[in-house]
Design a binder for this molecule. Sequence first.
Ligand code: PLP
Length: 426
Amino acid sequence: MIFENNRKFAQSLDAQDELRKYRDEFYFPKVNGKEVLYFTGNSLGLQPKRAKTYVDEVMSDWANMAVEGHFYADKPWWDYQERFAVPLSEIVGAKPTEVGVMNTLTVNLHLLMVSFYNPTPKKYKIICEEKAFPSDQYMFQSQVKFHGYDPKDAIVEIKRREGEANIRLEDVLAKIEEVGSDLALVLIGGVNYYTGQVFDMQTITAAGQKHGAYVGWDLAHAAGNIKLNLHDWNVDFAAWCSYKYMNSGPGNASGFFVHEKHHNDKELKRFAGWYGHNKERRFKMEPDFDPVHGADGWQVSNLPILSLAPYLASVEMFAEVGMDKLIAKRNLITSYLEFILHEIDKELEGADFEIITPSNPRERGCQLSVYLHGQGRELFDRLMKNGVITDWREPNVIRLAPAPFYCSFEDMYEFGQILKRLILEK
Ligand SMILES: *Cc1c(COP(=O)(O)O)cnc(C)c1O
């Protein structure tokens, strides 16, 4: 498609957008009485209007039924989490028995590492990406120390080449070969939070497993953003938060995946709790743990229903639309934003924007990370005052995620105009 940098063209794309009615299903913050241009759905998704209905339902069941709500609420609380299995399995490409929802992301990765990281003196190394999300770095260090190893020796990072923003697949594979039989675990962010780079999860999973390692993925920036096929890719385990692309609300619950090939493995260690126990016998208060067959066998506590409620509202919206339509719009709107950035860059001689996210649509999702050379944090602050919410990372990178559920093509055009005006005004 030949794009044009004008309002009429942007509006024509909106007119053809099958998902445009969903924009009205979300609350947009306002600045100066006007709805903002929201580019941070990769950090905290907007609130779906229907989320409140789901929360209110739990609040009134609690008021009206109290403890009886566990079994007699419209959506009983004791197995409320099971409502997520089908829609989540479609979002991440899994069987319903392979996915669940519980706790929060880093907690779930720790719990999954109890099962999938059991180092021995001959096999103890973890491969991750250089500059992984800080929570993941702290998690690796603490896990390695917990098992009595030295993080400097046990954690192997895949580096970027000098002068390159993204990690090459060949370098990931070479590192896996190099570590070889010492490799216990590969655990990488499926979509890099800083650059938006999408990793080839299928190829990397197979390469790690060839050396007898487990391979897991942190899907914080991938779930609800890119096409995933966790079952077919033979991924061992994965987890994701729900408050980024999945619009479930601040700090909300995490989804997780355990491949069905591990469901019968009685040797796998796990930290157990009563919600992982045999569903029919859960309330018999028996002494011996008999795990639920499937991912829910990794459950620990009874679930925080008030926080699952808005997540359920969101997951049902994903089920209505389906990942394919979201991804089709995502590709178009991200490409349009890329085009707008190039146009503004040309119009402002020497503005010098450098998009570090891969330009190949198969290697990126809904995020463009842009170096604004010559600009400082002050530009970010002025964008904010002018109703554009972006994410600023030192030294001068803005991350822009035009979430396809609620962003419009006209937003992209409007953003270009505001950016140009603010840079010229300086
Ligand atoms: C957002 C994010 C997290 C956040 O973890 P929480 O435990 O939910 O606070 C972890 N890892 C990555 C890669 C992220 O992008």
